[in-house]
Design a protein around this ligand. Structure first.
Ligand code: NAP
Length: 262
């Protein structure tokens, strides 16, 4: 089991206090890493980090605006100044502002979403991979989605008014290609890159009035009959971040209860 340990590793989780961000951060901390939970709302990141510290793990909240190059550079430089290394980057943050159906999109919507979900993703990965290249080691895990593996199933939303935004699908398919590009380009520097593509997050939709039809349809179309829960993403991220996955790079690990099997 020592192959699954991350002791001494410095791990960044962007959006690490969000829905999937919390179990991702917790899992890496439980495996022994020093976890840096980063997003715009530093108070939210700090509060979750404090919870992890109270449980005996190593975690800190840091400010990062993935839409601002200066913030990305200051954040990365700050982590290196404090810890001297970056071993794991989990690109989990996502902007949901400006993600809409095609005919509802304005130019500003497209640019606002892209600023975080493409430009910021690239700039942060660039800043971190530079550090990893000098170290001659590193591990990048991109969080994709089932929306980046199959086309949207619009009937699943029924009459709820919910939808699957076109630029989200575009970004998440791009995430898989981005992962393979990183894996192939940086393999020679001992840097691995993998993607995790989760299915819908259960606690995020439960209790949301008006979504009952979607919830039932979604569960019916998932072979395992349910949404993703917190524990579902913990094992996959620890596995991919750890020496247990030392010969795995460019992979897209589906964590979707079988949603994409049909
Ligand atoms: N929820 C699902 O059902 C689902 C399903 C499949 C895949 N996913 C994927 O899982 C990942 C996390 O999704 P989620 O639903 O857990 O997200 P979420 O709870 O909505 O959180 C998104 C996170 O991104 C951060 N963020 C947004 N803009 C940012 C910026 N400019 N700079 C830095 N951080 C920023 C937010 O923090 P601040 O607001 O503090 O910046 C927040 O913590 C995403 O990549 C998503 O595509 C989610």
């Amino acid at each position: 089991m020592s192959m699954f340990r991350l002791d001494g590793k410095i791990a960044i989780v962007t959006g690490g206090a969000g829905y999937f961000g919390k179990p991702l951060s917790l899992a890496l901390a439980e495996a022994g890493a020093q976890v840096i939970i980063a997003s715009r709302d530093v108070a939210k990141c700090d509060a979750y980090a404090a919870k992890l510290r109270a449980a005996g793990w190593k975690a800190e909240g840091w400010a990062l605006d993935q839409g601002e190059e200066a913030s990305i550079d200051a954040f990365t430089a700050g982590v290196v100044a404090k810890y001297g290394q970056i071993d794991i980057l989990v690109n989990n943050a996502v902007s949901r502002e400006g993600v809409k159906d095609l005919e509802a999109l304005s130019k500003a919507d497209i640019e606002n979403a892209q600023l975080i979900n493409t430009t910021g993703l690239f700039l942060l990965t660039k800043a971190v991979v530079k550090v990893m290249r000098v170290q001659q080691s590193g591990n990048i895990i991109n969080i994709g989605s089932i929306q980046g593996v199959v086309g949207p199933n619009f009937p699943v939303y029924g009459d709820t008014g919910m939808s699957s935004p076109v630029n989200y699908t575009y970004d998440k398919w791009g995430m898989v290609g981005f992962t393979k590009w990183l894996a192939n380009y940086y393999g020679k520097f001992n840097i691995r890159a993998n993607c995790i593509s989760p299915g819908g997050y259960g606690p995020g939709v439960r209790g949301s009035e008006g979504r009952e039809e979607f919830i039932e349809n979604y569960k019916r179309l998932t072979p395992l009959g349910r949404f993703a829960e917190d524990d579902d993403i913990k094992g996959p991220v620890v596995f991919l971040a750890s020496p247990a996955a030392a010969y795995i790079t460019g992979h897209n690990l589906l964590v979707d209860g079988g949603w994409t099997n049909w």
